[in-house]
Design a protein around this ligand. Structure first.
Ligand SMILES: Nc1ncnc2c1ncn2[C@@H]1O[C@H](COP(=O)(O)OP(=O)(O)OP(=O)(O)O)[C@@H](O)[C@H]1O
Length: 574
C-alpha cells in the first residue's frame, strides 16, 4: 500500500521534504517549550526576580512564534500534498473507469463505484493531508518527550515506561477490529447510497406505482444496517479512547504524586517538575492522538484497498498489438458465425452462429421480437463486447484487430434513448465532431429539423441541457441525437429505432433527414415498427439470437412466417 501511495507522492517529493522539515521543526519547538517553562519557573517564580521572569518569557515567546510559523508551513504543505495527490488519484481512477468495457457496469453498481470515486478518495485525502502528518508529529513528540523525560528524571520516567506497553497492546488489538468493521460500515453506506441513486433516478415510476413506502422501507433497512455496523465500530473506538485516557492520565497522576514528593524533599526543582509534567502531558496527549488517528488510518487502508481494486480492473476489450487502422473504410460488414452470450447467462447465447454480409452503402434493418438480440449486435459492432466465437469484419479486417477508438470513429450511433449531457446545445451537438464550426453545427441541426426548436429555447444554441438545464421532449432529444450523427458524418450509421419518439409530422421530417444521412452510407437500423423500414434494401429477421430470414419486405412476406406474422400484427392493427 505504501509503495502504491509513494507512486503518487513521488512527483512532489520536494514539497514532502519541506513538509517533513516543517514537521520536525514544529515538533522540536513544541518540546522545547518545556524548557522555556522550566526557565520561567526556576528563574522567575522561584527566584522571585521580575527581570528573570521577563527574560525567560522572551525566550518562551520566541519559541512560541517559531512553533506557530512552523505549524503554518507544515499545515499548508501537508494539506497541499493531500489535495494534490488525491486529485491525481481521482483522475487516474476516473480515466480507468471510462475506459472499462461497458459490461463491467452490468455487474457493478454505478452508485457504489461513484462512492469509491468520491467518499473513498476523500477519506484518503484527509489521511494524506492531515492524519499522517498528525500521527507523525505526535509520534515525534511522543518519542522526543520520552527521551527528555528519561534525561530529566529516571525514576519518574520508568513509571511511564511501565505504562506504555499497557496502553499499546490493547490498542493494537482493538485497532484491528476497527479496521474490519470500518470497511464493512463503508460497504453498507455505499449500499444505501446506491439505492438512493436508483430510486431517485426513477422517482416517476416509484410515484406512479405508489411505491414510496416500499422504497422508503428498503432505504430505512439499508440505513439501519449501516447504523448498526457503524455503532459496533464506534463502540470499539470509544473503548479505545477511554482506555488510553484512563491509563495515561492515571500514570500522570501517579507521577505528579511521586515527583511532587521529590520537590517537597528538595531532590527536584519546581521547574524540573513543571517541565517533566509538561512532557508527560505531551507524551500522554500524543499517544492518545496517535490512537485516535490509528482508527482513521485503518479506515483509509480499507479505502485504499477498494480504490486499488477498481484501478486494477482492465477492460475486457483488448487493444491489438499491431492494430490495423485504415484511414477510410468503405463500410462493408461481415458477420462470420458470431456467437455471444452475456456473462450472467453463459448457457443462453444472445447471438448464436450469426452470419450476415452487408455491402458498403447498404441499408439493412434488423427486426424480430423483443430479446431477439438486435441491440446485442450493435454492442458487438461497437466492441462494447467481443464475440465468444466467430468474427466480425469491417472491409475485410476483423474488428478485434482494430483499436476500439479507431473502430468507433467509423460509426455514428443514434440510440433508442438519446443521451444529452449537462452542457449547452453547442457542446451536446459537438459530441459528434468536437472540431465542427458553428455553421456546420447549425447546418446539422437544420438537416435534423432541430434548428427551429433550438432557436426557440431561452438562450438558443447556448441553452443549457441535461439534468439541471432545459428539459426537452423525447422527439426533440431524438432530433438532437440525429443532428449529432449528421455532424459526425460517419461511414456506418447505427440507428436504434431512431424515430420512435416522434409524432407523425416530425417523423416525416426526420425520416427525410435520415434518408439524406443514410445515402451512400452503410446503415443498420433496429426497428420495431415495420412501417419505418419498408424502403430499406434488406431486412434481417432475428429470433432468439438467430438470423432466421433475410430479404426485402415483399420477399419476406412470402418466405418468412415470423416476419409475415409481425407484419400482419403491425399493419392490420394500424
Ligand atoms: N447486460 C445483459 N446481461 C445479461 N443478459 C442480457 C443483457 N443485455 C441483454 N441481455 C439478454 O440478451 C438477449 C438479447 O437482448 P437484446 O437486448 O440484444 O435484444 P433486442 O432484440 O435488442 O430486444 P429489444 O427489441 O427488446 O430491445 C435477451 O434475452 C436479453 O435478456
Amino acid at each position: 500500500m505504501l509503495t502504491w501511495l509513494w507512486h503518487y507522492i513521488r512527483p512532489y517529493r520536494l514539497r514532502l521534504l519541506a513538509a517533513l522539515v516543517a514537521l520536525v521543526f514544529t515538533a522540536g519547538m513544541t518540546l522545547s517549550l518545556g524548557q522555556g517553562l522550566k526557565l520561567m519557573i526556576d528563574q522567575g517564580f522561584v527566584e522571585g526576580s521580575v527581570d528573570g521572569l521577563w527574560q525567560s518569557l522572551q525566550i518562551f515567546l520566541v519559541l512560541v512564534v517559531a512553533m506557530s510559523l512552523g505549524a503554518y508551513c507544515r499545515f499548508y504543505l501537508v494539506s497541499w500534498l493531500g489535495e494534490r495527490v488525491v486529485a491525481d488519484i481521482r483522475k487516474d481512477l476516473y480515466l480507468n473507469l471510462v475506459k472499462l468495457h461497458p459490461g463491467f457496469f452490468d455487474d457493478n453498481h454505478s452508485g457504489e463505484i461513484q462512492s469509491r470515486v468520491t467518499t473513498d478518495t476523500t477519506l484518503l485525502q484527509s489521511v494524506i493531508g492531515s492524519e499522517i502528518s498528525f500521527a507523525l508529529r505526535n509520534s515525534l513528540i511522543f518519542l522526543g518527550g520520552l527521551v527528555l523525560m528519561l534525561l530529566s528524571n529516571l525514576k519518574l520516567s520508568l513509571m511511564v515506561l511501565v505504562a506504555v506497553p499497557l496502553i499499546i497492546f490493547p490498542l493494537i488489538h482493538i485497532g484491528r477490529r476497527i479496521r474490519k468493521l470500518s470497511s464493512e460500515s463503508q460497504e453498507k453506506v455505499a449500499d444505501a447510497g446506491a439505492w438512493v441513486g436508483e430510486s431517485l433516478q426513477n422517482l416517476k415510476v416509484v410515484q406512479a406505482f405508489n411505491r414510496e413506502d416500499v422504497v422508503v422501507r428498503r432505504f430505512n433497512g439499508a440505513a439501519e444496517t449501516a447504523f448498526d455496523v457503524a455503532i459496533q465500530r464506534i463502540k470499539k473506538r470509544a473503548l479505545l479512547i477511554c482506555l488510553v485516557m484512563l491509563l495515561v492520565l492515571s500514570a500522570v497522576g501517579g507521577m505528579l504524586y511521586v515527583g511532587g514528593s521529590d520537590v517537597v524533599e528538595g531532590h527536584l526543582s519546581g521547574g524540573d517538575l513543571a517541565a517533566f509534567v509538561f512532557y508527560a502531558i505531551m507524551v500522554a496527549g500524543s499517544l492518545a492522538a496517535v490512537t485516535e488517528v490509528y482508527g482513521e488510518l485503518q479506515r483509509a487502508a480499507g479505502a485504499v484497498d477498494r480504490i486499488r481494486e477498481l484501478m486494477a480492473w482492465k477492460s475486457d476489450i483488448t487493444e491489438p498489438e499491431a492494430p490495423s487502422a485504415p484511414e477510410k473504410v468503405g463500410g462493408s460488414l461481415e458477420f462470420n458465425q458470431v456467437t455471444y452470450a452475456y456473462p450472467s447467462r453463459l448457457n443462453e447465447p444472445a447471438i448464436e452462429a450469426l452470419s450476415l454480409n452487408i455491402k458498403p452503402g447498404e441499408r439493412v434493418a434488423l427486426v424480430g421480437p423483443s430479446g431477439a438480440g438486435k441491440s446485442t449486435i450493435f454492442e458487438l459492432l461497437l466492441r462494447f463486447r467481443d464475440p465468444l466465437s466467430g468474427q466480425i469484419m469491417l472491409d475485410g479486417v476483423p474488428i478485434h484487430q482494430m483499436k476500439p477508438s479507431r473502430l468507433r470513429s467509423y460509426y455514428a450511433l443514434v440510440p433508442q434513448h438519446p443521451v444529452l449531457f449537462s452542457a449547452n446545445v453547442w457542446e451536446n451537438l459537438r459530441y459528434g465532431d468536437p472540431d465542427a464550426t458553428d455553421e456546420a453545427v447549425i447546418a446539422a441541426a437544420k438537416a435534423a429539423h432541430a434548428d427551429e426548436f433550438i432557436q426557440q429555447l431561452p438562450q438558443g444554441y447556448s441553452s443549457y441541457l441535461g439534468e439541471r438545464g432545459v428539459k426537452l421532449s423525447g422527439g426533440q432529444q431524438q432530433r438532437l441525437a440525429i443532428a449529432r450523427a449528421i455532424l459526425r458524418d460517419p461511414e456506418i450509421l447505427l440507428l436504434d429505432e431512431a424515430t420512435s419518439a416522434l409524432d407523425a409530422q416530425s417523423e416525416f421530417l426526420v425520416q427525410q433527414a435520415l434518408d439524406r444521412l443514410m445515402k451512400d452510407r452503410t446503415t443498420l437500423i433496429i426497428a420495431h415498427r415495420l412501417a419505418t423500414i419498408t424502403h430499406v434494401d434488406r431486412i434481417a429477421v432475428m429470433d432468439k439470437g438467430k438470423l432466421v430470414a433475410t430479404g426485402t419486405h415483399e420477399e419476406l412476406l412470402e418466405t418468412s412466417v415470423l416476419y409475415s406474422r409481425l407484419a400482419e400484427l403491425q399493419f392490420n392493427a394500424a
